[in-house]
Ligand binder design. Structure first.
Ligand code: WAQ
Ligand code: MG
Length: 269
């Protein structure tokens, strides 16, 4: 029997696209769907784009592309939640985790100095761990990771096992972080949402897993962040191709998970 074919279904919603002003990214989304499920998938993405707290879009686009390549399976990163009561403490934990993952302290310092230039994009910024300079040339947009998903049946098994609530936002972020960190050129990721009401962000890496941090930005702030710290001077085009084009399913296998480090309050120096 032929394996089932999947479609990459992508949505993008924006404001001011047709005006002389700068375009504002409202929402994006990417899923993998069977042919029979396209209707439902498109409706989910449509609802996501139409109900974003950043406002009503005046431009929206949904595309479907048949995937011809085999879809690779990647395990979800292990999850840990670091509870903090201020953005400052959240940033201290984030810095410590990023350094543990292999981002040099000097590069982190430079990143925080330049952080305002990396916020409010529709994609992710790629920063070199050697120079701290941007490696993607999409200066305003960043790189959009696509062609990844987690089948609901397997995600439910995982969420029942870890007694996680059905948090779609966390699921989407974990899917992206697991795909991105499974590439050898990714040293670490730093992310927080562009939703003004959602303050939880994370640091992710192969060795540390998906480390949620309950406060990485102030309430009401609608500037999101996504930075990939990378070590790939020679293979940048193939890295970007992996992020944008190579299809990945997150697949949890109960027996293969490993315990990751938990940050405690004594780590807060
Ligand atoms: N590829 C690259 N960058 C992306 C993508 C993508 N597919 N999707 C979003 N971004 C970038 C973009 O610049 C956004 O402004 C920024 O990330 C934030 O996106 O509780 O909701 O979808 O464990 O708002 C993390 C914590 C939530 C979840 C992250 O991100 C949890 C979140 P958002
Ligand atoms: Mg968002």
């Amino acid at each position: 029997m032929q394996p089932e074919k999947y479609y990459s279904v992508r949505m993008r919603a924006a404001k001011n696209k047709s005006l002389e002003q700068e375009e504002k990214h409202i929402s994006g989304g990417e899923q993998l769907s069977t042919f029979d499920n396209i209707n439902q998938t498109v409706n989910q993405l449509l609802a996501k784009g139409l109900t974003h707290s950043k406002g009503r879009p005046d431009f929206m686009q949904i595309t479907c592309d048949l995937i011809n390549e085999p879809i690779t399976e990647v395990s979800p990163l292990e999850i840990n939640t670091n509870k903090v009561d201020s953005v400052k403490k959240g940033q201290i934990i984030a810095n410590e985790l990023l350094e543990d993952a292999g981002v040099p302290r000097s590069i982190l310092k430079k990143t925080w100095e330049n952080i305002s230039a990396y916020l409010d994009m529709k994609g992710a910024v790629l920063l070199s761990i050697h120079s701290g300079e941007r490696m993607d040339n999409k200066i305003n947009g960043g790189i959009r990771v696509s062609r990844m998903d987690w089948l609901e049946s397997n995600f439910e098994k995982w969420s029942n096992h870890y007694q996680k609530s059905n948090n779609q936002r966390m699921k989407e972020a974990l899917v992206l972080a697991s795909k991105v960190s499974s590439h050898p050129a990714t040293i670490a990721e730093l992310c927080w949402s562009d939703d003004p009401e959602y303050m939880t962000g994370y640091v992710a890496s192969k060795s540390l897993g998906y480390q949620r941090i309950t406060q990485l930005k102030e309430q009401g702030d609608e500037k999101g962040c996504r930075i990939f710290f990378v070590d790939c001077l020679e293979s940048l085009p193939s890295y970007i191709n992996y992020l944008e084009k190579e299809p990945v399913f997150i697949q949890w296998k109960e027996e293969t998970h490993t315990k990751i480090r938990e940050v405690t309050s004594s780590d807060l120096r």
